[in-house]
Design a protein around this ligand. Structure first.
Ligand code: ADP
Length: 474
């Protein structure tokens, strides 16, 4: 048996700001179907996690978390949900705050979390063979387990879900807690600052990222976010394993968020569109193509391209709905657009899981022209709801969406290679011509209906990777 402890900063359904939560919330379940793997998950207990969940948790134990002269207390809670054991680390000072991220001391908060995880290991009934840490917030746990408090025989895997966010802080912040020995500074600093993500890249036994294409791209300066030199150095230990989605959770046939459930019926899917149009005061017309975006409003998601050409595209007989929160500049832009095109555009500047599902179900197309995209889940969810993705050929988008080809009738979406607004406009216009050609549209939808990205294959790859690690060092 390979005992694995996932360390992460978010996990659906407890707390979610993006795709990381979907992955941490669903991959362990598929992994645990393999009788050789047993995954548990450890997370911070944020105030933001609803009382409904907190009421179901059991107190497990109290732990001391030594942080320099500040000996912090933490309480460990546990919850069994969907056959997975979850642990939550509670500390009023660091986690009793509104929201999840965005505080001036986020670096310190997640160093505390990492150190608390190390302390918690001494108390867990089931000791992990492998610590599998995800993204920068959990990155420091890898370094701590290797050099500050080495744990015998423990192997580490670090998964990059997004290289852009690295957890950077002054080296003094860390030294204040741990007195980093001089010989270890080089492995943890980058450009004179302590870097949690780089520390994990340096110290992890194996590094994974969430699609094969992104694993290649990040060795290039354009995608490497400044860390490409270390990724090149560690290329032999870096693998891309494509994310899946929970196909039971995202299933339009049983999704309680949908007014009309469906498997592949376009007519029933369109009924969702009509209900949504009425609710959002758009002209009610099932044939009018509906384009959506469901996204963090961040430059990464290609929003500058969208800004550049959307008004041109709105000259067509279409509707466009965006659901997203984030950058104020983009929020203001979409709010304004919604006011100026009340018949065509709705901007929903909020985070709402049910609404997201209704949009996936109602739309004809999902636009996702990302500048970079480690894997991307929105396009996979769209396909699951029989909505056609329109993507830029990068990272996981390239690995999951094949452009429709009128001659061979192959392809499950539309794509364009270069980060260029007019290429996006051209492909949007092309999607309309295919939509209006019933033969081509039928062929495309047939391919969409066949696209499925469950966790099965990827979970096998992770299990093999765990096996290799434990055997190699056993
Ligand atoms: P990222 O992790 O970079 O934000 P992904 O495509 O991997 O992007 O995952 C985004 C996830 O968050 C998807 O499940 C998407 O449906 C969801 N999501 C993004 N924005 C919103 C929102 N405003 N409301 C509800 N769900 C959202």
């Amino acid at each position: 048996m390979r005992n694995v402890l996932f360390v992460a900063s978010e996990c659906a359904p407890f707390i979610k700001t993006g795709g990381l939560a979907d992955v941490i919330g669903s991959l362990p379940q598929t992994l645990n179907e393999n009788e050789r793997v047993d995954v548990q998950v450890i997370l911070p207990l944020y105030d933001e996690i609803s009382d409904e969940w907190k009421d179901q948790m059991d107190f497990y134990t109290s732990i001391h978390v030594p942080l320099g002269w500040r000996n912090q207390e933490a309480r460990l809670y546990t919850l069994r949900y969907n056959h997975i054991t979850y642990y939550f680390i509670s500390n009023d000072y660091y986690f009793s705050r509104k929201g999840v991220y965005g505080y001036y001391d986020d670096g310190e908060r997640f160093i505390f979390f990492s150190q608390a995880v190390i302390e918690a290991l001494n108390h867990l009934k089931r000791k992990p063979h492998i610590l599998h840490a995800h993204d920068w917030q959990a990155g420091m746990v890898v370094a701590l387990a290797k050099i500050i408090q080495p744990i015998k025989d423990l192997k580490t895997v670090f998964t990059i879900h997004n290289l852009k966010y690295q957890g950077v802080m002054p080296i003094e912040t860390f030294n204040d807690f741990f007195q980093l020995p001089a010989e270890h500074i080089a492995g943890m600093e980058w450009n004179g600052m302590l870097n949690c993500l780089k520390s994990a890249l340096f110290h992890a036994d194996t590094i994974t990222t969430v699609s094969p294409s992104y694993a290649e791209e990040i060795k290039d300066p354009y995608y490497g976010e400044g860390l490409h030199p270390i990724l090149i150095e560690r290329a032999g230990d870096l693998v891309g394993v494509l994310n899946g989605i929970d196909v039971k959770e995202y299933n339009p046939l049983i999704d309680p968020a949908l007014s009309v459930k469906y498997r592949t019926s376009r007519a029933r899917k369109t009924e969702n569109k009509l209900i949504l149009q009425e609710r959002l005061s758009l002209p009610i017309n099932g044939e009018r193509p509906l384009y959506i975006m469901i996204t963090r409003l961040d430059e990464q998601k290609g929003l500058h391209l969208v800004q550049h050409i959307l008004e041109d595209f709105l000259q067509e007989d279409i509707q466009f709905i965006i659901l997203g929160t984030g950058n104020e500049e983009f929020e203001a832009y979409f709010a304004d657009l919604g006011h100026r095109y009340p018949e065509k555009v709705v901007s929903l500047l909020t985070f709402d899981e049910n609404l997201a599902r209704q949009l996936y179900a109602s739309a004809d197309f999902l636009i996702m022209p990302s500048k970079f995209e480690p894997c991307g889940l929105a396009q996979l969810i769209a396909l699951q709801y029989k909505t056609v993705p329109i993507v830029r050929e990068t990272g996981g988008l390239k690995d999951t969406v094949q452009p429709f080809n009128e001659i061979t009738n192959e392809g499950n979406g539309f794509s364009f290679p270069h980060y260029n607004a007019h290429d996006l406009l051209a492909v949007l216009r092309y999607s309309l011509t295919i939509y209006r050609n019933s033969d081509h549209w039928a062929s495309l939808i047939k391919n969409v209906n066949k696209s499925q990205f469950s966790w099965k294959k990827s979970a096998q790859e992770y299990a093999k990777l765990y096996d290799g690690l434990v055997m190699e060092y056993a």
